[in-house]
Design a protein around this ligand. Structure first.
Ligand SMILES: Cc1cc2nc3c(=O)[nH]c(=O)nc-3n(C[C@H](O)[C@H](O)[C@H](O)COP(=O)(O)O)c2cc1C
Length: 181
């Protein structure tokens, strides 16, 4: 039984990212404790690089919803980042959460694995490349194991993802984490 936290980075309610995340959680839930965090429901300020957190033992100048995310990450084994592709990058909502991990509070996390779920409208072979590069560098920097990646192309409008194999693959991705940590 692993504790899995999924951060859903789409601002669009009931969008394609959300559908993939739900299917992932369905697949993973049988043998794991899974929690989905929807960043669209959270009030999270930008990291301003003031380094207050470094001088004050992890205390951030912002008192916002990121504090509860820190608490959840303290107890997680696996973190799954999910995002729509926005101009070949992740959504700014998800990036805002990631930037707040500049805080040394991250040293209290016991994360072992990181995974990725992405969806975009294009069908280009290289449409995920810049995100994958950032992801792989992050795995190395934080010494995390790759839990897997799901990359879904050709989903533009809400619900388009159901015309792809994405939901089924998301379920299998979740299931694959059954006894892996
Ligand atoms: C601001 C913005 C930028 C986008 N940029 C890209 C892009 O670079 N490549 C792509 O394939 N799709 C792009 N899209 C399309 C979304 O990735 C696509 O509609 C996706 O399914 C949205 O996921 P959601 O339904 O979870 O919000 C963009 C959409 C928006 C709103």
């Amino acid at each position: 039984m692993s504790r899995i936290v999924v951060i859903c980075g789409s601002p669009r309610k009931k969008g394609n990212t959300e559908e993939l995340v739900r299917m992932f959680a369905k697949g993973a839930a049988e043998h794991n404790d899974v929690e989905i965090i929807y960043v669209r429901d959270k009030k999270i300020n930008f990291c301003i690089g003031c380094d207050h957190c470094k001088r004050k033992e992890g205390v951030c100048i912002h008192h916002d919803d990121m504090l509860s995310i820190y608490e959840k990450l303290k107890n997680a084994d696996v973190l799954i980042l999910a995002s729509p592709v926005y101009f070949y990058g992740i959504s700014s909502q998800l990036k805002t959460v990631i930037d707040r991990l500049h805080n040394p509070i991250r040293d209290t996390f016991h994360l072992k694995k990181l995974g990725l779920i992405l969806v975009g409208a294009d069908t280009l072979s290289d449409m995920f490349d810049s995100i994958i590069t950032q992801y792989e560098l992050s795995l190395r920097y934080f010494s995390l194991e790759d839990a897997g990646r799901l990359l879904v192309r050709g989903a533009a409008k809400r619900g388009d993802v159901f015309n792809t194999t994405g939901p089924q693959e998301a379920f299998q991705f979740g299931k694959s984490l059954e006894s892996s940590t």
